[in-house]
Write a protein that binds this ligand. Sequence first.
Ligand SMILES: Cc1ncc(COP(=O)(O)O)c(C=O)c1O
Length: 419
Amino acid sequence: MTVTLVPAPVVVSDPALAGSLDVLGVPGEINLDYAATAPCARVAADAVTALLPWYASVHRGAGALSRRCTLAYERARQTIGDFFGARTDDHVIFTRNTTDALNLLGRALPAGTTVVTFAGEHHANLLPWPRGSVRLPVPADPGEAVRALDAALGELRRAANPGLPVLVAVTGASNVTGELWPVADLARVAHRHRARIAVDAAQLAPHAPVDLLALDVDYLAVSGHKLYAPFGAGVLIGRADWLDAAPPYLAGGGATVRVGAATHDVTWNVGPARHEGGTPNLLGAVALAAVCDALAGADRDALHAREQRLLARLREGLAALPHVVELRTFGPEAPRVGIVSFVVAGRDSADVAAELAARSIGVRDGLFCAHPLARRLLGEAAARSGRRDLPPTALRASIGLGSTEEHVDRLVAALAALD
Ligand SMILES: Cc1ncc(COP(=O)(O)O)c(C=O)c1O
C-alpha cells in the first residue's frame, strides 16, 4: 500500500500571532479539539528538524553527535524547569505525558500516604492513587473546594497517624468545562495541614502561565502534546526527596549507578535518571522546550485576551441555540480556559460529532476520561434546563493558538443547522 502524505502548510491563525507561535495544520480542517491534542507549533517542528542531522545516543556515547544530543536533552530539561518555575532542588523528570507523570508520582509516594482528590478530576488524576485515597465530592464553586479540602485534611490529621504523609492532587483547569481550580488557595490549605500538593496542569499549561514556585505547589504534571509539542514527551516536576527514595519507575539502563553479579545487587541513581530508564525521547524533550521558550517570549496577556474573546464568542453562540445545553461545574461566569462541553438535546453526541466531522469540524464526544464528573454534569444540565431529552454523553469544543473566529462561527452554524 502506498500512503501519500499531503504536505501540511503552516496555518497562521491570527496576524498578531504570526511568527514563533504559528501552529501547523491542514487548510480546510477545523480542529476544535485542542484539549485532546493541540496542533504542533512550528517552533517545535523546527527544533526537531534542526536536531535530526545530529541524531545520536543520549547519555550513552562519547562521540561529538552523542555529546551534542546529551547537551540538548539536558538543556531542554533546564528550559522546561525554568518555564514552569521549578525550584533549584526540584527534579524535572521526562515522562510520556501527564498520565505517565502522575503514575510515576503515585509509585513514588512514601508508604502510608493518603491522597486526597476531588471527583471532578480526569481519570489520570483519579486512578493512579493507592487504596485508601480520599475522593471529595465535586464542589459547587472554588470557595467550596477550598473549604472542603480544609475540612477533609483537618479530619484526616485527627483520624490518621499524624506522621503519615498526605498528598492533595488537583487539576489546574477542568478538561470537561475548562473551569479554573483555585490552585494557589488549595496549596495554602494543603501546606497549612502539612500536606503536599500535586497539580495536573495538562489543561492549564497550554492556556496560562503555570509557575510552581509562585503557586507554591510541590509537583506539577504536564503533557507536551497538549502544549503544541509532538506526542510522547511530558514532565513531572517536583520535590526530590520522595522521588529519590522511591523504587525506579522504569528499571533498566540509565537508572543505575552500578549493577553487580547477583540478581538484586543494584545501586540505583538518584535524580531524574532514576526514573528515566531506557533511551530517552530526545526529540520530544527538545520540541517541548522549544514551545516553552516561544511561550516564555510571548505576550501571554495578549494571548489570554485573544482566547477569551474567542471563548466568549463560542459560548454566546452556543447559548443562542435553544437545543444546546452547556455543561458546567461552577457558575456561568467562573473563569475558564478555552474548553466548552455541551449537549444537543434529542441528539446522540457521537452522531452529532460525526455530522460535524463530515463538515470538516473536529470535536470530541463522550465522557472525556472524566466519567464521574461528566455524568454528574449531564445530570445537572438536565435538571437546570428542565429537558428530558439530553443524551448520556456530551460534546466538547476546545480552542487555542490556531483557532479563529471563523472556526468558532462554523461550529455554531453547523450546530444551528442540525435537524
Ligand atoms: C486534565 C487532564 N489531565 C490529564 C490528562 C491526561 O493527559 P495524557 O493523555 O496526555 O496523559 C488529560 C488528557 O486529556 C487531561 O485533560
